[in-house]
Design a protein around this ligand. Structure first.
Ligand code: SF4
Length: 328
């Protein structure tokens, strides 16, 4: 099927037909679909694995069933999967799915800060480009940031850490250690989490009295301070399972996680802290472009969907990721 014929046939198919074709083609071609919790729920439902950004990359490393992975998430996630899985083919259904948070930090900015703090380790949140990771000393996720920062300070024998790019996660870490955390840059943020406000908390608590409030550490610090629990997407899921509340849970993160929890745990009640917390980049992956990527496998069009971090950069970026895994 050439590109034009493929496009025309996609236009004529219903969503159910496309989902059936995805299910059948991924079996035939031995393709695995990995989806982030923030993906549209219809993508999560046909995925082989669902997780957070690093969790997905690690699963890809451990699982042998497939050498071809379609990464339903934003660009840096596909890059991380490529860094950790150089022998596998990583496909992204939509190269336009970028991440504004990752765009806050680059090598030039890191260099500027490094000049002021020459002995401080450079810590890159996992939500960064491959190039930024390759230029950093250690990576972290929202679930292990405190521990990783403490270990890095010990190894570098310093009390100062360069931390980027999320300012709210940086403050979360700073409030839990005695270290000096330098935000690189000062105002880096995820626009989806950073716009969640105290007003949202007032409204949600009035609407759902007695519900537990769980928030992501990328939310503003005043919002974090009101929470019953602060954690990554996976940690929020775990918390709600380990601490059932008949009044339900108010979830302070992207809407995809709320939809995931409602789907997986229908006996519990989950409410969004702000239903407008929708990442339009995450939603750039849809059934249509997912099917197009899967159809391309084994054809000349496959290269249009491949994300491959070159081996030199991947080797450099692997070091801070492996240091993080060692620390956490
Ligand atoms: Fe980036 Fe925030 Fe969207 Fe995640 S939710 S992809 S951090 S903009």
């Amino acid at each position: 099927m050439n590109a034009e014929t493929s496009k025309n046939s996609l236009m004529n198919q219903t969503e159910d037909q496309m989902i059936d074709e995805i299910a059948s083609l991924k079996e035939q071609k031995r393709i695995a679909i990995y989806a982030h919790y923030y993906q549209p729920i219809e993508i999560q439902k046909i995925a082989d694995f669902i997780g957070d950004s690093l969790g997905l990359a690690k699963i890809a490393r451990e699982r042998e069933e497939s050498d071809i992975i379609v990464l339903a998430g934003v660009h840096f996630m596909a890059e991380t999967a490529s860094i950790l899985n150089q022998a596998k083919i990583i496909l992204s259904p939509n190269f336009q799915a970028g991440c504004p948070l990752a765009s806050f930090l680059n090598v030039h900015i890191m260099n500027e800060y490094r000049a002021h703090y020459p002995g401080a380790p450079r810590l890159a949140y996992v939500k960064t480009t491959a190039e930024t990771k390759a230029f950093s000393d250690v990576c972290c996720t929202s679930s292990n940031a405190v521990r990783v920062v403490e270990k890095a300070a010990q190894e570098w024998n310093t009390d100062t850490i360069l931390f980027g790019p999320d300012k709210n996660l940086a403050t979360f870490v700073e409030n839990r250690t005695s270290l000096k955390i330098i935000k690189v840059p000062e105002m880096g943020n995820c626009p989806i989490h950073n716009f969640i406000s105290m007003n949202d908390i007032d409204k949600a608590k009035k609407k759902h009295p007695g519900a537990s409030l769980l928030v992501h550490p990328e939310c503003p610090v005043e919002v974090q301070n009101q929470a019953d629990f602060i954690g990554s997407t996976s940690q929020m899921l775990q918390y709600s399972q380990n601490n059932p509340n008949s009044n339900g849970f108010i979830i302070g993160t992207e809407m995809g996680l709320v939809e995931h929890l409602r789907w997986k745990f229908p006996n519990q009640s989950y409410y969004p802290l702000n239903s407008a917390a929708v990442c339009k980049n995450m939603k750039k992956i849809d059934i249509r472009n997912l099917l197009a990527a899967i159809r391309s496998v084994g054809t000349p069009r496959q290269s249009q969907y491949e994300i491959r971090v070159n081996s030199t950069q991947a080797a450099q970026a692997l070091q801070p990721l492996e240091r993080m895994l060692k620390y956490s």
